[in-house]
Design a protein around this ligand. Structure first.
Ligand code: EPU
Length: 343
């Protein structure tokens, strides 16, 4: 196993910011993990496991060991007439797992098409999109302790999955390396097309859903139209989480801003942070949406997405995020929380 020093990470994060790792290595095989855990460099340094680099912002150089996860493999573990268990290694590209499932007519994952990143990142933040969440299909997560290399399997409940959240982001942060996940999908039709934007797209394009592939194709098109391609413009998808609030606070806000979009989800109501950001700007009467200054900006079609137009540093992006957060707080007294992990 080769350990590199002072390794350039520009190509390994979708923001495309330049940052260097003090130490860097790659795991391509489960056997590499055993070797990795025994390395003195592993024991003595802070470890940063990296998948697709699509949800991180490097705010400077990394004083630690960056481990790039290249573990591949997807298999059907077992099936009944109605359900199937699929196991995927954490270094697989998430969308490849979606394609594996929809090609076999398995339902449950199709709304999560075209989310950038790897399989291992999915349980970290309970990936969700277009009315679906990993939480609804996850069976278990296989991990290794980064402290002593022991294996531990987390059931779905033990993962404590919430909105863009899990135990792996909180009390067990950096304590476990996610090795593989198992999903339970349905072999009988279970379409979920209630998400407004998806419903509108299907109606507008007169798409009749006959297979999960029809949904994953539609979601892929919506995402391609709205979200910038990181290969062309650096970004990490939604930079901030949406806001969930209780009825009382919502009522007050709606009195002041009757046009504010809001979506009831269980006991809480979701306020799109994109809308809040759109209502604020660098100066009075301006909007952040479509804003551009030097190398950084806010995407013109999705105000939740901060972009690197080329050559921006992590620090510049972080500064813009702070300005946005402050202006939203000044106007609405609501604090935006980053969805992206700042390292
Ligand atoms: N909206 C605005 N301005 C904008 C964009 C959206 O006001 O510039 C409002 C509209 O009212 C729209 C609503 O926000 O109806 C919802 O917009 P959208 O469906 O695009 O979703 P989102 O809430 O902005 C979330 C996820 C996305 C995911 C979409 C679709 C978060 C932080 N983001 O965004 O996930 O693709 O829903 O389900 O929850 C990501 O995590 O990186 C990501 C892209």
């Amino acid at each position: 196993m080769k350990i590199y020093r002072d390794y350039d990470l520009t190509e390994l994060n979708t923001f495309g910011v330049s940052a260097r790792a003090k130490l860097f290595t790659e795991i391509n095989d489960p056997a590499d993990l055993t070797e990795l855990f025994a390395l003195p460099e592993f024991k003595e340094n802070k470890k940063i496991f990296l998948g697709g680099g699509s949800n991180v912002l490097f705010t400077g150089d990394l004083d630690g060991l960056v481990v790039l996860n290249n573990l591949k493999g997807i298999e059907v573990l077992s099936e009944t007439t109605t359900e199937v268990l699929i196991r995927a290694m954490s270094g697989e590209i998430w969308h490849d797992l979606v394609l594996f499932a929809v090609d076999r007519e398995y339902w449950g994952i199709e709304n999560l098409a075209f989310i950038p990143g790897t399989v291992g990142a999915a349980p970290m933040q309970n990936v969700g999109a277009y009315g679906a969440e990993l939480k609804n299909i996850l069976e278990n997560v296989e991990t290794f302790s980064t402290e002593d290399g022991t294996k531990r399997i987390f059931t779905r409940d033990e993962c404590e999955l919430g909105y863009r959240d899990s135990i792996f982001k909180n009390e067990l942060k950096e304590k476990y390396f996610i090795f593989a996940i198992t999903l339970k999908l349905s072999k009988i039709e279970k379409k979920n097309i209630s998400y407004k934007i998806l419903q509108e797209y299907l109606e507008k394009n007169k798409i009749i859903i006959k297979s999960p592939r029809d949904i994953s194709d539609a979601v892929t098109m919506i995402r391609k139209n709205k979200l910038p391609d990181p290969k062309i413009i650096g970004n990490a998808g939604s930079f901030f989480k949406n806001i969930f609030m209780e009825q009382e606070k919502l009522k007050n806000l709606l009195q002041k801003y009757p046009d504010m979009p809001h979506f009831r989800e269980d006991n809480l109501t979701k306020i799109p942070s994109a809308w809040l950001i759109e209502q604020c700007g660098p100066a009075n009467g301006t909007s952040w949406k479509g804003y551009k200054l030097g190398n950084v900006g806010v995407h013109e079609r999705q105000a939740l997405v901060i972009v690197n137009y080329g050559g921006a540093s992590g620090e510049e992006i972080k500064n813009l995020a702070e300005k946005i957060t402050n202006s939203v707080f000044d106007k609405f007294k609501i604090k935006l929380i980053p969805e992206v992990n700042l390292i």
